[in-house]
Ligand binder design. Structure first.
Ligand SMILES: *[C@@H]1O[C@H](CO)[C@@H](O)[C@H](O)[C@H]1NC(C)=O
Ligand SMILES: *[C@@H]1O[C@H](CO)[C@@H](O)[C@H](O)[C@H]1NC(C)=O
Length: 637
């Protein structure tokens, strides 16, 4: 949908994590500097002494015009409707043939748009778009066109070629791919070996005799009774854990850990500044979605086992409280800002949102789940929509909530801001609404929770230079996270009610995938910024929910047959963190700055070193999850 969405990158992230350990061999490696914030150009002194940071290039602006002072404006190509920012002023050269030079650092993350104006009357002299490369050295020469004093030419020259920033990602990707191939090959050879052994044994005459004898009626362990036992064992029982659910959860969690640790400081492994999707934006809603699926599967099986709903409610309430409490603890680390001050306590956060979402969706399940007959008795055709219709009161409530989101988002009057504003504020929308970041969502949080209790460094600060705090896990967005989890509940219902018919399951996953995809296309008009409601992670806009849920149904569409039905893939290594998600999430947040999750880098401005560090840290969490899995240690709250 949005321009920033790149399936290849999502795949890259998946393989990156798999390649983690081997990539660790690449480099030793610095504490995460406060973000280089490379999207912003910086004014620098004129002696060309510029310490280039990550994602920056050196640009020497040379003015050959004898009488014209220049003002150079800069915007990022990805900054939608942004007010150009002054990058530098270059004084006139004085005499013909002389040069006046100013050196600046320019961002290399996205394409830059440069505009050169006459300082005197602010008239545009020339304009160019260019994608600078990291650590390159460029000259922008401003001259009169030969023999024509009135015409001005701006020429860009490359003094030194940039480095290839994405090379480490490609290398990690290839290493990951190689690892997967080698492991699959090894597995294949091992199974081949067993096969060979079996063949040679079978060929052995005495063995063959024995086989023939047993075929002739001698009772043996491989009799019909044994066969029958084996079959009943593999028969899917309602309580059996679905591996695809754990695998999907683990997959989302591992990417979450990787991007939270910095994602190699690549922009596409960080959250989108405002509208659009990056790899980092994919995972949280998937996590919420799959939580919905699990809520359905676990409450349904608990109710079927005969647990009292009241007791289950107590458990749900306690768990939600714990999630919210642990969440508040881990979003307020005191080693960063000194001992916690009550005045600055951040209230919203990832676990808080999960806690509230869990509570609402689980209570909806407890209130309205029916004691349905055993699924085996389900009689196909007539009841083909049964899973949808059986709990219409839930749908009613969820749709009412969704209407509330739409109503508040689009109609709530916000002082000083246009009603229904969905933009980032800052320099976006030509700088007309600098303090309107997030429209109603931001306003509600500021009024109900207070500016000081919100996230202070929203991703919109990067491109759009917003100054007001905005919390990506705010109150209004929680409604849409409930919607996401409820769509996950639908996946659970499909898996549960149709477990005897693969065709029915895949058909329904496919239908949801398609329907939600279609809604997303309509809402966003298949654009990043120009839709009715653009895809936006900071707002958890409804198009974000439908898009991510559509992808989630697609992933289950693939995972269910591959992991559960055919057993082609065990779900390793994602299944281990997937089965211990709270531990891995809390652990990765708490131990973020401890060795071996972080160490001092030789060059803190190198993507390669950051990438290696982040992949190693992520891999260590996979390893920890694996060891705990082997020891059967699971942290459940
Ligand atoms: C960039 O290139 C210019 C022109 O070749 C050169 O004078 C300058 O020293 C270079 N700067 C750096 C930091 O390499
Ligand atoms: C936005 O907020 C800043 C700081 O709170 C303030 O200085 C500025 O005047 C505000 N701008 C507008 C247009 O309200």
């Amino acid at each position: 949908m949005g321009g920033a969405w790149a399936p290849g990158r999502a795949l890259a992230a998946l393989l990156l994590t798999a390649s983690a350990l081997s990539a660790a061999l690449l480099v030793p490696g610095a504490p995460p500097e406060p973000d280089a914030d490379a999207a912003q150009p910086r004014d620098v002194d004129k002696k060309n002494h510029i310490e280039l940071k990550m994602d920056q290039a050196l640009l020497l602006i040379q003015n050959e015009l004898p009488k014209t002072n220049l003002t150079v404006y800069w915007t990022s190509d990805r900054c939608y409707h942004c007010l150009p920012q002054v990058l530098a002023s270059v004084s006139r050269s004085g005499k013909p043939g002389k040069l006046s030079t100013t050196a600046v650092a320019v961002s290399t993350q996205h394409k830059s748009i440069l505009q050169l104006n006459d300082t005197l009357d602010d008239k545009e002299l020339c304009r160019l778009e260019y994608e600078f490369g990291e650590f390159g050295n460029y000259t922008l020469l401003v001259t009169h066109v030969h023999n024509d004093a009135s015409e001005i030419a701006c020429d860009l020259l490359v003094n030194k070629n940039p480095i290839d920033s994405n090379l480490p990602v490609s290398i990690a990707f290839l290493i990951g791919l190689m690892l997967i191939i080698v492991i699959s090959l090894l597995k294949f050879l091992l199974s081949l070996d067993d096969f060979n052994n079996w063949i040679s044994k079978a060929m052995h005459s005495r063995e063959t005799d024995r086989l023939i004898n047993s075929e002739l009626g001698a009772p043996s362990r491989t009799g019909p009774l044994g066969g029958h036992d084996a079959q009943t064992e593999t028969w899917p029982s309602p309580a059996a854990r679905l591996r695809c659910v754990d695998t999907f959860r683990g997959f989302a969690l591992i990417i979450m850990v990787f991007v939270n640790y910095g994602g190699g400081k690549y922009w596409y492994f960080k959250h989108a500044s405002w509208n659009g999707l990056t790899v980092a934006d994919l995972v949280f809603p998937w996590f919420v979605f799959i939580m919905g699926t699990s809520i359905f599967l676990s409450t349904t099986s608990a109710i079927r086992r005969g647990c009292s709903r009241l007791k289950l409610f107590g458990k749900v309430a306690w768990r939600s409280f714990l999630l919210i409490y642990i969440g508040i603890v881990i979003v307020n680390p005191n080693y960063c800002f000194g001992p916690l001050s009550w005045d600055k306590l951040r209230i919203p956060g990832v676990l808080q949102r999960l806690g509230v979402t869990y509570f609402v969706v689980a209570v909806l399940e407890l209130l309205f789940a029916k004691n349905l007959p055993d699924t085996c008795a389900l009689d196909g055709r007539i009841l083909s929509l049964r899973y949808l219709m059986s709990d219409w009161p839930q749908w009613l409530i969820v749709l009412m909530l969704e209407n509330m989101w739409l109503g508040l988002t689009l109609l709530l009057p916000v002082p000083g801001c246009p009603t229904g504003y969905l933009g980032p504020g800052g320099i976006g929308d030509w700088g007309k609404f600098p303090n309107c970041t997030g429209g109603a969502a931001g306003y509600i949080d500021r009024v109900l929770l207070g500016e000081d209790h919100l996230y202070q460094h929203p991703s919109s600060a990067v491109l759009y230079r917003t100054e007001v705090p905005f919390d990506p896990e705010g109150i209004l967005g929680t409604i849409n996270s409930i919607m996401t989890a409820y769509l996950g509940v639908q996946a659970g219902k499909i898996l549960f009610y149709y477990k005897d018919s693969t065709k029915d399951i895949l058909l329904r996953f496919g239908a949801w995938w398609f329907a939600l995809g279609l809604v997303s296309v309509i809402l966003t008009k298949a654009t990043e910024n120009e839709g009715f409601i653009p895809i936006n992670k900071n707002l958890w806009s409804i198009s974000y929910v439908t898009t991510m849920s559509s992808f989630a149904f697609f992933i289950l569409f693939i995972l269910y047959p591959v992991v559960d039905l055919k057993g082609l893939w065990t779900g390793a290594p994602f299944i281990y963190p997937g089965m211990n998600s709270i531990l891995v999430y809390v652990g990765h947040e708490v131990f973020e700055s401890y060795f071996p999750f972080q160490w001092k880098l030789e060059d803190s401005q190198s993507h390669r070193e950051h990438l290696t560090q982040n992949i190693v840290a992520t891999a260590v969490w996979v390893l920890i999850a694996y060891v705990l899995y082997k020891k059967k240690v699971f942290w459940k709250i």
